[in-house]
Every structure is written in structure tokens, then in C-alpha cells.
Design a protein around this ligand. Structure first.
Ligand SMILES: [Zn+2]
Length: 304
């Protein structure tokens, strides 16, 4: 069983509403792929492309919620999950789908917009994407500012609603402010900086802080975040996993593929269907209980 903490299928559907999630070759995550590889819970991010003017962004977020209903929840055996109990209640042949928000640009500085998205089922909130907004700076914003007063208000709202705050994409200062403020913190798609020096990755102190905070790090299949060379392999995915385990993170690590948010893919991990190849490698190096933890339980255990 696989719990995958991040994909961008909703963005691809928004760009092309005629795509079918059943078995389209234009998508990395499909129902066929989930069924083949043992996908059990998939998180679907609302990510609004940078090109959308700010005054339209909230409308686009709502359109993506609607696409989640029309294109994902209508798939056979796919059920909407919002809690650990919902996941536990899935039948053997059922797959859970959960909504997340990647970046809060769409809410502007309006808390009601966030509250509305939470009421519509969003269970994990990334505060910003790579740049700045009313909450925080992202990791590629040269200023590198941390949480604003409004950013702290949003994190407190997440805490109150038992929603995860996602630190992937945050500036370093924003990361540490969030560690201080958030009760339920995850990095849905980030790797270890020590192994690959991309600014999107987490340094040792950040990894240790997440582990200490009872958070989870979703290792991501973005080749540029896995290897400093031009291409990445499943072996690189295992290196990041092993590194985080070595820091004491055996119970604090999972996977967040970023499928459908990436152009290039890991060799042998070109779509959800090929998750099997990763699992086949995992079982060679870890016990069955460890593999289950990485693939599923570590994230599920943090749901409320
Ligand atoms: Zn992302």
C-alpha cells in the first residue's frame, strides 16, 4: 500500500479538462497506475500556475476543487478521505483521495478564503511556492523573509483545524518560524541537501527538527532534487531515504512523488505504474515492516 503525499494532477486537469485520469498517457498518476502499483492514498495538490493573475487565483483554486470532484472522485473505487478514520474505513479495493494546497497565493491576505478551502476538504497547506506572498517567502525569493503576522495566523488556523502545515518550498527563515508555530508539520516533497545541493532540499538541522517535531518528510522523485548530476535513479531515491533514516528518521519519512508536476522523471520511475520498481528495491534493503512504514504508515499515522 502506498501513501503518496504530493502530485499535480489537478493542475494538468485544469490545463486540459479533457484528460481522463483512468489511463491517460499524458498523466503520471492514473487509476490504472494506482491499481497496478498498490496506491492506497493519493494527495492531490491545488497548485495554481504562476501565470494566473492574482485576482483570478482564488477562482482557479475553486475550479481545481471542482475538478477533484468531477475527475477524481468519480473514478470507480476512489473515495474522498479527510481523516485517518476515513483511510482506515477504505475497503480493500478502494483508493483514497485527499486535497491539499500548494502555496497560499490564492487566498491573498484573506483568512476566510483559507477557511473556505479547509471547509472544502483541504487537509495540508503549503504556505507559499518558491516566491513571496502575504504569508512568507519561498526558497527562491532572495529576501528570504520568514512568516508574516498573517502567515502565523494561517498556521494557527491549520493547528486549530488539525491540518498539516507543509514546509516544502519555504525559505529557510520561514521553515524555522513554521517549526516554532505549527503543531502538525510535514515536508510533502523535499529531499536531503547533504546528498543533493538544490535549495529546495532540507539541510541536516531542518531534517532533525522535523523528526523532533513528529513531522514527516516525503522523499520526492524530482531528478534535480535527487542528484547533482543530470539524471537520477531509484538508487538515488534509496540514498535519500537511507540518509534520513540515518538521522533517526525511520518513523518520519515517506514519499511525495511530485508526479505530474515534473517534466523529467527518475530512471525506472517514469510514472505511478513504476512505483513497483521502487518497492522491489526497498524490500531488498529493509524489512517488510520498515517498507510499510516508509510507503504508508509514517504519513497515515500523522493524519487526524
Ligand atoms: Zn512543489
Amino acid at each position: 500500500m502506498i501513501f503518496d503525499a504530493h502530485c499535480d494532477v489537478l493542475m494538468k486537469l485544469w490545463l486540459n479538462k479533457h484528460l481522463s485520469v483512468k489511463d491517460s498517457s499524458a498523466l503520471h498518476v492514473t487509476l490504472k497506475g494506482l491499481e497496478k502499483a498498490g496506491g492506497k492514498v493519493q494527495l492531490f495538490a491545488i497548485y495554481i500556475p504562476e501565470a494566473v493573475p492574482s485576482e483570478h487565483q482564488f477562482d482557479v483554486a475553486l475550479e481545481m476543487v471542482q475538478l477533484f470532484h468531477t475527475h477524481i472522485l468519480t473514478l470507480p473505487n476512489v473515495k474522498w478521505v479527510k481523516s485517518r478514520r476515513d483511510v482506515a474505513n477504505l475497503e480493500e479495493d478502494e483508493i483514497g483521495a485527499m486535497l491539499t494546497l500548494e502555496g497560499c497565493d490564492a487566498i491573498g491576505d484573506n483568512l476566510v478564503r483559507l477557511q473556505t478551502l479547509l471547509s472544502l476538504g483541504v487537509r495540508s497547506v503549503g504556505l507559499t511556492w518558491n516566491y513571496s506572498n502575504a504569508l512568507c517567502d519561498g526558497i527562491l525569493e532572495p529576501r528570504g523573509a520568514g512568516l508574516s503576522t498573517f502567515g502565523r495566523t494561517v498556521v494557527k488556523e491549520n493547528n486549530k483545524r488539525l491540518v498539516w502545515t507543509d514546509v516544502s518550498h519555504l525559505s529557510v527563515k520561514g521553515f524555522w518560524d513554521t517549526i516554532e508555530e505549527a503543531e502538525f508539520v510535514v515536508a510533502t516533497h523535499s529531499n536531503a541537501y547533504k546528498l543533493c545541493s538544490n535549495p529546495r532540499n532540507l539541510n541536516d538541522e531542518q531534517i532533525e527538527a522535523l523528526i523532533k517535531k513528529n513531522g514527516v518528510i516525503g522523499i520526492t522523485f524530482v531528478p534535480q532534487f535527487l542528484s547533482d548530476h543530470n539524471r537520477a535513479t531509484i538508487g538515488d531515491v534509496l540514498k535519500h531515504l537511507d540518509y534520513i533514516c540515518g538521522k533517526g528518521g525511520e518513523y518520519a519519512v515517506g514519499f511525495g512523488s511530485d508526479f505530474d508536476g515534473i517534466e523529467q522523471t527518475v530512471q525506472g520511475l517514469g510514472s505511478y505504474k513504476e512505483y513497483e520498481n521502487l518497492i522491489n528495491e526497498l524490500v531488498k534493503h529493509y524489512s517488510a515492516a520498515q517498507v510499510d512504514r516508509f510507503l504508508f504508515h509514517n504519513f497515515v499515522n500523522r493524519l487526524h
